[in-house]
Structures are given as C-alpha cells and as structure tokens.
Design a protein around this ligand. Structure first.
Ligand SMILES: Cc1ncc(COP(=O)(O)O)c(C=O)c1O
Length: 460
C-alpha cells in the first residue's frame, strides 16, 4: 500500500497517533497537522497537495547535489544486491568503506588520512569526543580531558553531542551533561561586538575567550577545543576572518587539539571540500555527515588527523567504540557516487566562483535594505537574514523569534522553504542552484518580508 491511498487528513491523523517527530512541540504539531512532503526533483520539493517549494535548506543542510539523482539510487540498488550489509568488526571489512576512506583522505587536508564511520553527525561527534580523550590517555595524560566549546553551538542531539553543544534549552532537558565540557562566547559580532570594535578585533577577543578558558582550567587538563567553522543551527553565524587562525595559534601554543564540526559545512558548501580549507586551518579531527551522501543515505565520517591516528596505531590496544552500521556498505557506495557527482559537475568551483558570490550579491542588493532586516550574511552557499524591529538600534520583536516565524510562514506560502532559528532566517540551498534559482529565491523572500512587515505593522 502506498501513501497515495490516503488523503492528507488521514495521513495527518495517523501521524498524530503514532509518530513522535524530532525537535517538535508535540501538542502544537497535533493542533496544526504536518505538511507532507511527498516527492522532490532538482531544487524543488512537492507536498501532498501538489505545491512546489524551492528548497532553501537542501533538506536539512544535506541534499547538496539536489533531488532525483538516479545514479545514487542505482549505486544503492547495485550494492544492496551484491552485499546489503556486513560489519567491519572482528578483522573484517567490505570494499566500499575502504575505497571511500581513500577518497576522503584525498580530498581532506593533507594531514588527514584516516576515517571512522557512523550514521549521523551526532554519533560522529560522540566518536570525536571519545577519540580525543582516548588519545590523551594513550599519551599518558588521562587528566587532559576537558573540552572547550561555545554557547549556541550545535553538535547534535545524543547525550554527548548535546553536552558538547551550547544550546541552553537542550541542556535544561538533559538532566546532567557529560562532565568536563566548558562553553565560552560565540564569535558573533552583530550581537556581541563592543561599540566601535572592529570585526578583526572582535574575532581576536572571541578567540581570547577560548585561551582564557584554557588558562583557567590549566592547559594540562584541556584535551581539545570544538567548533563549527560557521555556526549553522545557531543561526549561520560567520566569525570574523581573524578568529580561526587565532584559535589554531592558541590551541597549538597550549597543546590543545582542534576539533572541527563540519557536519553542515563539509562537501562543498563553503566553496572548498571543507571549511577548514576555506579558513586555512589544520584541525586534528573533522566531523562530517549530511552532504557526504547528499542525504540519500544516513552516513557520517569522522576524519582523523595523523597526530591522533599515529598514536592510535602505534600504541595499540582496543578502542572500545563503534556502531553496527560503521562503514555501512550501501551508505558508503552512495557516498562514493555522490562525491563523484560533486566533482564531475564542478559544483564546488561553481559555489566558489559563481553562485556563492551571486548569492551574496542577491542578499545584499535585494534583501539587506528591507525595513525588517538588520543584517544579511553569507559564506559560499549558506546565509542568514537577521530580522529586527529597528534597523538602527537592532531592537528585536517580542517574543523572540516570532517575527522570523512570520517571515518563514509567508515564505512557504510564496513557494520558498526556509527556516527560522531565533530571529535569523537561514538558507543553505543545494549546490545545484543557478543564478536563476537564486533570483527566484530573492523574489520570494522579498515578497515574504513585505507581507510579514504588513502583518507586523498591523499588530503594533
Ligand atoms: C554542526 C552540526 N553538528 C552535528 C549535527 C548532528 O547531526 P545529526 O542530526 O546527523 O546527528 C548537526 C545537525 O544539524 C549539525 O548541524
């Protein structure tokens, strides 16, 4: 039986009766019912009522090659027929994760040559946390186990990933975080720069907060610093150019490992394979997932730098960690094909030299002047529109996030799927977007802003 046998209201009733959605107010959802997305093609998703929506979020930051890629379906089908599953435990392997690891080592920064697989970004950050602590234990320094992270960071939703993240609402529901994780200020100049402080100086000050935390804990107790190169779920917060090189300098000075969470930024979004390359830094671990398969299969890969892998291999002893689906052959086959598509179609160069700059120009020229917009920002093909009540004073609408939700709802009605997080409207489109798609998005977002402004003015 297929979904076509059901009406929307029947599907919604079954949904309400049985399906607990992620990150959802379950009471609220049951009052409104879910929108059913039933198919997709290229840059568009379609709901059960036949509405086409331009997908400004690439699913959830993942469908980098766009929808309807038969090659990916075929790669999965062929692998499933040949060998749907076998594990990589107990001195076994299957060929696709082996070959994918070689490919990842080729595209990653030079000092990264080993890979540990999971099925999600959260799992991969659990692996990263355990791996850096294990590394220091192997090095004879088990006390070096504090991890420094940032407020508003998002590293996933398992207990360890929530603990690494800096989302206060998530921490409140956790009932006890993984110990020895500290959080410092985020590098978000629009809200946190002092009057008259340049972006450059703010970036250095935000990095200094990390150094202060290392000194306060004692460098001999600090294992690593973790950060998203650009904070995604926290609102596409792009640090000043001075921030990451300074973070790297501080980490090296205090012999603290650098962990980068590229679950969103990996595989082309910033105009390089990895944002580490865009930012010119050499992290010890890079967490990746999502666009590794363009979301066609659940797969994550922790890319592990030579410093850590050398110790792991030379010192030996079992690392008691792994998942049934670590190196899943079907997911890895899809990832290999997906990376081939990204490469063959030159999608990364396109983001760097054409669509990324054009996207930035569209946001600046079409959106930034709107009365509801405090700031626009972008890097490659990820961007944000900051919604404010007053451009000059940067005062926000109350309650927090309500105006952005109004813009989002109008955007969806205009055929533009985008997300509101706090007072930020965020965009992370498939890398197949062209200048025409960007123009179409600009039209729809501008219209949504006008309609939201009319509503908000009436409500005053
Ligand atoms: C930066 C970052 N890290 C980790 C995750 C968690 O990934 P997953 O939802 O696959 O567990 C996300 C998810 O959006 C993310 O944005």
């Amino acid at each position: 039986m297929t979904y076509q046998n059901f009406s929307l209201s029947q599907l919604q009733a079954i949904d309400s009766a049985h399906y607990l959605h992620p990150f959802t107010d379950h009471k609220d959802l049951r009052a409104s019912g879910a929108r059913m997305i039933v198919r997709a093609d290229g840059p568009f998703i379609y709901d059960s009522e036949g509405h086409a929506l331009l997908d400004g979020m690439a699913g959830l930051w993942c469908v980098n090659v766009g929808y309807g890629r038969n090659e990916l379906a075929e790669a999965a089908y062929e692998q499933m027929k040949e060998l749907p599953y076998y594990n990589s435990f107990f001195r076994c392997a299957t060929p696709t994760p082996v070959l994918l690891s070689k490919k990842l080592a080729e595209i990653a920064p030079n000092h990264i040559n080993q890979v540990f697989y999971g099925s999600s970004g959260s799992e991969s950050n659990d692996t990263a946390l355990r791996l850096v602590r294990h590394y220091w234990a192997l090095e004879g320094k088990p006390e070096k186990n504090i991890i420094i992270s940032r407020n508003m960071a998002y590293h996933g939703s398992t207990v360890a990933a929530t603990s690494l993240g800096g989302m206060s609402g998530m921490h409140e529901q956790l009932g006890g975080a993984v110990p020895n994780i500290k959080h410092v200020m985020m590098p978000y100049a629009y809200e946190l720069a002092l009057p008259g402080e340049s972006d450059h100086d703010f970036g250095l000050r935000a990095a200094k907060a990390v150094e202060d935390a290392i000194l306060e804990a004692g460098a001999e107790n600090v294992a690593a610093f973790i950060g998203e190169p650009i904070m995604g779920a926290g609102g596409v917060k792009i640090p000043p150019a001075s921030y990451w090189p300074e973070i790297q300098r501080i980490c090296r000075k205090h012999d603290v490992l650098l962990m980068l969470d590229e679950v969103i930024t990996g595989y082309g979004r910033t105009g390089e394979w990895f944002a580490a390359q865009s930012m010119g830094i050499e992290p010890d671990t890079i967490t990746t997932a999502k666009a590794l398969t363009s979301g066609y299969q659940p797969l994550s890969a922790l890319l592990v730098g030579d410093r850590i892998s050398k110790t792991l291999v030379e010192k030996g002893g079992e690392f008691y960690h792994g998942y049934t689906y670590s190196g899943h052959p079907v997911a890895c086959a899809v990832a290999l094909k997906n990376l081939e598509i990204i490469e063959n179609e030159g999608l990364i160069e396109r983001v760097k030299n054409d669509t990324g700059p054009y996207f930035a120009k569209m946001l600046k020229e079409r959106i930034s002047g709107h009365p509801l917009v405090g700031e626009v920002r972008s890097f490659g093909l990820m961007g944000a529109i900051e919604i404010v009540k007053d451009k000059a004073t940067r005062e926000r609408f109350q309650p927090e996030g309500s105006a952005a939700v109004a813009v989002r709802d109008h955007a969806i009605a205009q055929g533009m799927m985008m997300r509101a997080t706090g007072d930020s409207m965020i965009l992370s489109p498939p890398l197949i977007w062209t200048r025409e798609t960007i123009d179409m998005a600009g039209d729809r977002i501008a219209k949504a802003l006008d309609l939201a402004l009319a509503d908000l003015s009436k409500a005053k």
